[in-house]
Design a protein around this ligand. Sequence first.
Ligand code: ADE
Length: 221
Amino acid sequence: MRIDILTLFPNMFKGVFEESIIKRAIDLNKVEINLINFREFTKDAHNKVDDTPYGGGAGMVLMPQPIFDCVKSLRNDSSKVILLTPDGGLFNQEKAYSLAKEKHLILICGHYEGFDERIRSICDMEISIGDYVLTGGEIPAMAIADSVVRLLPGVINEDSSNNDSFNHNLLDYPTYTKPRVYEGMEVPEVLLSGDHKKIAEYRKNESIKRTKKRRPDLLKK
Ligand code: ADE
């Protein structure tokens, strides 16, 4: 997979893609991630990428030209162009699985007050990562890239992603490691029994209990 991220702040991504599982996925050539500063595409004499909104109002608005030209230079028949915006459809694990099947994602990070409405016309999809407003699309792009890359074949152990929270619309079951007793809190007996059928039943029940208590909205799906 290739992920191209259009941003005015490529340095924000350092660290996130240079550590841990994402770094390993890049090193193993499971994914290529390119950070593209769309300011480089502006035709403005002063390198401007934004301007004041028509009709008045606060803040600056990203102009269409640099983003249009940048997307045109990258797009091919298998590209999926995604705009990060609080107005988008809410991101979830199902969408992560669906994006993990794509060959090429182009993620556009807005910033400042917003972007010219016409930018939506070149996008295949608009995504929000939650009902709150961030300073830009960079953190959403990191969250989406992270959740998608870990699902690419060979990036993490598939048993591990099969057991993720939200698969089958359930939260994860409780897990424990050594020691067997810590500050008076004991590991449930069944997990020490070696009976794999019983353990699977216990985990399923705990998952359902936890989901009912914390996220009953998921069970309704
Ligand atoms: N840009 C600003 N806030 C956002 C959000 N919640 N999701 C996606 N993009 C955003």
